[in-house]
Structures are given as C-alpha cells and as structure tokens.
Design a protein. Sequence first.
Length: 426
Amino acid sequence: MSTELLNEKTVIDYIAGRSDLNAVVNVGKTTVREVGDGNLNLLFLVQDGSNGLAIKQTLPYVRSDHSWKVTEDSIFAEARGLEAASEYAKAYAPRYFGLDADRRLIVEEDLSDWQVWRPNLNGRRVNRLAARDTGRFIAEMAYHTSYFGKDEQEVQRAAADSINPELEQITEDLIFTEPYFDHVHNSWDSRVDDQVLALRDDEIRTQAAKLKYEFLTNGEALLHGDLHTNSIFVRNQGAEEDPLPDEAAHVKIFDYEFGFYGPVAFDIGILWGNFLLAQAREFALSSSDSSLAVEEGNHDGDFHAWLLSLYEESWQGFEQEFRRLASHRVNRIFTDGFVDHWLSRTLRYSAGFAASEAIRRTIGWAKVSDIESLDGKAKSDASRFALSAARRLLEGFEGLDEVADVRRLVEGTAARLEKGRQGNVR
Ligand code: SR1
Ligand code: MG
C-alpha cells in the first residue's frame, strides 16, 4: 500500500508534529510551495521568512506518467546518499535533517538561495569553479566509500546495504538499452533520423553493452547515480570585484535516490554528458541563422570557452582531490601505479558514460531543456551535435589517454558540423 502523500496544507501539520523541525521553522508563519520537477518525488519548500526546510517525499508513480509504478523505497537510497555526503563531502551537501521511513520522506536544508545549474547553463551564465567542486565531491565520495578509504568488509557490507534494484533498472533500460532499439520511449526530430537509425547497429550496441556491463558489475563505490546538471545547485557568483573565495563551496549536490554501489566513472560520465548537451545547445545557438538571441550582458565567446573547459576543470578537481585522499590508502597493495591505472580506466569509462547519457537525453525518455527548449532547426542542430559527438565518444572511449581528448573530440565535432551545416554530415 502506498504512503499517504503530503500536500501543501498537511506538510505544515507534519512539521508542527515534529519538534526537531518546528524548532527550525516557525509553523505559525510558514508558506509552503510544492516545487518538485523530478520524476519520482514531491518536493515541498517550507519557509517562514527567515528559515526554511525542504521536504522530499517519494511518489509511487512517475510524475508525468501515473501508470508507470515506481517503488517508494528509493527514499532509502536518498537517505543513504545524503548521510554519506554529509559525512564525507559535507561542504557540497545540503544539511540533512533525517529520514521518516514510514512516511517515505527526508528533510533537508532549503537551498532556494542557490540556483539549479542547468537553467544557468541554458541562460549562458558562467559559474566559476562549479565543475571543480563537483569533481571534488565525486572524489570524496569515491575515496571514502570504496576500497581506497575503507577496509574490505566495510565496503562489502555498505554495498549490500545500498542495493537499489528498481531504480537501477530504470537506468539500465533508459540509458543503456532503449535508445539502441525501436522503443515507445524514444522520440526525436525527424531531421536526425539518419543518426538515430545508425545507432541500431551491432558495433554500436557492443560499445553500449560494454558500458552497461560496467554499470551492472563494477560496484566499487557509493554513487550519486544521477549526477546531471539539474541535481547540482550552483551559487550566485557575486559582483565581479567581489567573487566567492576559491575555497568556498561552489556547488551543493542533491537528489540521491538513484544511488547504489557502482562505477565512479558513471557519476563523472553523467556530468560530462550534460556538459555535452549544454555544448549542443551552444552550437545550435551560435548558428548564424538561429533566431534565439544571446542573453544581453553575456560574452558569448567567454561562455563558449568556459563551457569547453568544464571536462578538464571537473576532471582536475576530481583527480587532484582523489590523489590527495588516496595518499592514505587502507589497502597497502594499492600502489601508486595502481592508482594511476585506476584513474586512467575511470577517465575512459567516464567518456563512455558521457556518450550514453547524451544519447539517451537526446532521443530517449526524460529529455532535457538544453535541447527541448529549442525549436525547429536549432533543435535539430543541437540534436545532431549531441548525437554526433556522443557517437564518437562511444566508438572511441577505450582509446582516450587524457581528459583533453574529450574536449578535442567535442571541438572537432563542432568544426566538422559547422562545415556541413547545410549538409547531412554525421
Ligand atoms: C522514471 S525516472 C526517469 C529519469 O529521471 C531521472 O533524472 C533519471 O535520470 C531517470 O533516468
Ligand atoms: Mg533526480
């Protein structure tokens, strides 16, 4: 039986009944808004003018398709992720007020003075050091929940406690299978038919299968599991003469319900896939015949260059932090050479997972506003860019040597498609 869902009125009664929460917000003065735009949850923001709380409750169905039933137990993954992030990557996590297992909800800090990253990217706003700090977040979680930072039995117990099979199944289907077949969840602009149909090919499926198998079998660390740019809050940068200090946290990571023990590269790859989607939008908007104007006050060239730098910035944030942490490793057989090997392998799979994410967000279920908010030719240009770069990453991820290769591949895609704007170049 499903849990009783809260609404904007009953959420106040709920807080009134919990002394730990009504000590934070004054229930006599609160306003409540349901602001969830994820697929699987309600999200209530409760504010009293000075303080706020966010209450996230799982839905028993997909918000946009109530006939698609989903377990409400993903709230336990959410709670595990929030708990781990609060312990290991505190600067980058919302303050966590705990799980109510019976009501299938968690309570966390209200971060409405931060901004969700994707709309900022869509609006061509630069968020300095957000990529670095997301990389650092991934490194903290990777080190502290894996065999690098814990002993073997601890990791194996934590992995067993973190299974999340129903939500993993969603990822397995939506990311790693459906886009490569004819499936009712798929849709796309008919101008990229050629690219979509070209994905239904055994060599491409073999590459997708390698990534799916890695996702299924490499349970090395507790992942976020859905680290796209709508799962990341970024911070107002302040005036140019008064920027956030470099050492302040520039991101807060939320929405942990897809978490499980999987490959660290999956979190990096989902992030990179979304950078690629932002680049696809940028490519479409930079077209001379685009009717969509660049937002006033933004330097197009600066934004473009910054966007291209995000793969390196996030990887360097990740690698530097991981190497710093991994200088103290629990497993003494893990030599420096092994750390180098692990990082190289993680880099390659990150590029592969980036391709999987970009493809599914372009043609599969659960699309993104980077492309969906475009119309006509701009939308098909963005789709073509995303599919073209992703295909090259999918074909070549195993041969990448360094993170700059990812940027070069994206730049090469832009140059190639620019030449063939009028043609049908893949
Ligand atoms: C049914 S949930 C669909 C998608 O939304 C989330 O963002 C995940 O990426 C999932 O695949
Ligand atoms: Mg989510």
